[in-house]
Design a binder for this molecule. Structure first.
Ligand code: PLP
Length: 659
């Protein structure tokens, strides 16, 4: 992979004709943005240059994302928008189920596979309800990690006694009492014991209500996780029992004649497992614990291997944090084969395999689209007003400015690095003079103009010479443009900020044109962290994104993909930018699309109320002030109407920029 700046011409732009390459093709665009790797066939670029979605992954049909964005705008829903594709979700669930079914058949495995969706990954009601609907034919269940999550799912699995509800996380008295009682309305519910006090509660309520419940136990494995979530396992992990405690647990259950209730063994070694070796190690360890529990007389039925199945965010199929070095089929095969093998050796019946794959089920099905509002570039300063000769007429030119002008006039190709050092020094000295009051504002503006224009010329000369890669990289970094975009990093892709996660990001149109600019993305929050400056490349993350130059009066849209897992509910209200509109889009096999539902984004009124403001009172107060100003003659009635209209429309409007 070439460094991103190689092959660029002036102003960070690339031109195929300069390199004597053929005209830009959509295949080049697909390779540049790694579309094939991360999209798994759900997205592809049409010859027209439009990125299109193809949930069934069959044939050449697909719908241009730009067409959907336009259709939603016509209905009154402007960007930023989350687009959800339930058909992709359905396809993902079917793929997961079939990977395990195939592995079960291939390995002669004597039991079944049951996925449970951990709703913390994305608790939005529409999504969970659809998951329950689409997962019915595969007997998929749900996993909860808190009391509110339990309350959300308890009514959902009615009439489906086969579908599991797995209860992880900390559990207080009322939580466990509710779980035990849920058995009486036919729920297939399993409290997973994470500490000893929970076990005592389970026994107490089971005896009180005469219920013989299924019980699970989470164990602390010795196999240490990898990547960002490595602390989810090992002896220091927050959850689970040491094996000595598991032995005590079996004793206690035996004393209460409940050892047959212990039916599920659970482990979770962290999210986004990128290396298949860890999965093999975990299954080996947990498989042996399972057969030991059977030997001790527990009523074991289920082996729950937790979450962790990865998503290939950067499309590189490698063992890195943003990727994974295995396929879903390999994962299923490894899990099934190893569990079967360990049980066969120990002459133990094969357990039902449960997995809590959250990310892998839902990440693909939703994306964020936003519009670019404008750009910020040092070129504006470099070509702006300011003339040293005119400004310095009849006065002595301060030395740093003289040096800057001198460097600009004498760019010697053999001394580019020296010149870079000189102008950096002179600019710093000019700034010091300004801070001490020896240089006025015009003088400082001229120093900045000279500095930035010389930087741009130095960069172009360095690119041409192919020498000085380290200095050139520094300059590229310094001179990079920013595209300001209508979204909030903190609301819509918080993991890019919190854990430096990479997501595929690319233009959704004009892909038959060469994207000649390289930019970082700035969001609309007033926070310098509100930016994205790491992008996928198929190798090392790159500091700039390839984009097209903006055209006057034409909207430009970028998409962030694979955001269905964790992003929506981890997002926050920084600067009071609220939830975006979420549109559920169905696409049929003939490539026709329709809006199934739109969940409108937060209004300013809603986010203000969330932080305890009272919009009604605020509006009344402002109206009063307008009346007062009108009485005092400082405001006309028409002006008052305009201001109040702004205020009321603002309260009822989207929190993002519109129009
Ligand atoms: N199960 C448990 C207990 C978890 O803590 C998590 C998340 O970390 C998951 C399942 C889901 O993991 P993933 O989304 O990586 O599949």
């Amino acid at each position: 992979m070439l460094p991103f700046y190689l092959g660029m011409q002036d102003n960070g732009r690339m031109a195929n004709e300069n390199l004597n390459l053929p005209a830009w093709t959509v295949e080049q665009a697909a390779a540049l943005f790694q579309v094939e790797g991360w999209s798994q066939g759900y997205f592809r670029i049409q010859d027209s240059g439009a990125l299109c979605v193809n949930p069934s992954r069959k044939g050449e049909q697909g719908v241009a994302l730009g067409e959907i964005v336009k259709g939603l705008s016509d209905r009154g829903y402007s960007t930023p928008l989350v687009l959800r594709f339930p058909d992709i979700l359905q396809n993902r669930l079917a793929h997961l189920a079939s990977a395990f079914e195939d592995a079960i058949e291939e390995n002669g495995y004597q039991s079944s596979y049951h996925a449970v969706y951990p709703i913390k990954v994305n608790q939005q009601r529409h999504l969970v309800e659809q998951l329950v609907e689409f997962g019915q034919e595969f007997r998929f269940g749900l996993e909860v990690g808190s009391k509110p999550e339990l309350l959300a799912v308890m009514p959902m699995t009615a009439d489906h006694p086969e579908r599991l509800i797995i209860c992880n996380g900390f559990k207080d008295d009322p939580y466990i009492e509710a779980v035990i009682l849920a058995n009486k309305i036919g729920r297939n519910i399993v409290p997973v014991v994470e500490n000893f006090r929970e076990l005592e509660r389970v026994i107490r309520y089971a005896e009180k209500y005469q219920v013989h419940p299924k019980i699970g136990v989470r164990v602390k494995l010795a196999s240490q996780g990898v990547g960002r979530w490595r602390e989810s396992s090992g002896h220091r992990s927050k959850f689970g029992l040491f094996l000595s405690e598991v032995l005590q647990m079996t004793e206690l259950l035996k004393q209460h004649d409940m050892l047959d209730c212990l039916q599920l063994l659970h482990c979770h070694v962290g999210s986004q497992i990128h290396n298949i070796r860890l999965i093999k190690n975990v299954i080996n360890e947990v498989g042996h614990i399972y057969v030991e529990l059977v030997r001790l007389g527990a009523g074991m039925q289920y082996l729950d291997i937790g979450g962790g199945l990865g998503v290939d965010y950067d499309g590189s199929a490698s063992a890195t944090d943003s990727s994974m070095n295995y396929s879903l089929e390999e994962y299923a095969n490894d899990v099934v084969y190893r569990i079967g093998h360990i049980c066969d050796n120990a002459k133990v019946a094969h357990p039902r395999i449960v997995s809590e794959s959250g990310r892998a089920m839902v990440a693909q099905h939703s994306m964020l689209v936003f519009d670019v509002l404008g750009r910020n570039s040092v070129e504006t300063v470099a070509s702006g007003p300011g003339d040293l000769e005119k400004w310095s007429a009849n006065k002595e030119v301060p030395l740093p400015l003289q040096d800057l002008q001198d460097a600009a006039d004498n760019l010697d190709e053999d001394r580019l690095v020296e010149r870079l050092h000189d102008i950096s020094q002179s600019r710093d000295e000019a700034l010091d003079l300004f801070a001490l009051g020896y240089l006025n504002l015009e003088g400082r503006a001229i120093a900045e103009k000279l500095y930035w224009s010389t930087c741009l010329r130095l960069r172009d000369l360095m690119r041409g010479s192919g020498d000085h890669p380290a200095e050139l990289e520094e300059l590229e970094h310094l001179l990079r443009e920013t595209y300001f975009c209508n979204f909030s990093v903190f609301q819509s892709v918080p993991d890019t900020w919190a854990i430096q996660q990479l997501f595929p990001i690319m233009p959704i149109h004009r892909l038959n044109e060469e994207p000649t600019a390289r930019v970082v993305l700035g969001d609309v929050t007033c926070d310098s962290d509100g930016k994205i400056n790491r992008f996928i490349s198929g190798g090392e993350p790159q500091p700039a994104l390839a984009v097209h130059t903006l055209k006057e009066g034409e909207p430009y849209y970028l998409g962030v993909f694979l955001v269905g897992a964790y992003q929506e509910t981890l997002g926050d209200l920084h600067n009071l930018f609220g939830d975006t509109h979420v549109a559920h889009i169905r696409v049929d096999d003939a490539g026709r699309w329709s809006v199934e539902e739109v969940v409108p984004g937060d209004t300013a009124r809603e986010v203000l109320e969330y932080v305890q403001y009272e919009p009604e009172r605020m509006e009344a107060r402002l109206r009063k002030d307008c009346e007062k100003a009108m009485r005092a003659g400082s405001m006309t009635a028409a002006e008052s109407r305009t201001l109040m209209k702004f205020y009321v429309d603002g309260l009822n409007g989207y929190t993002y920029l519109e129009g």
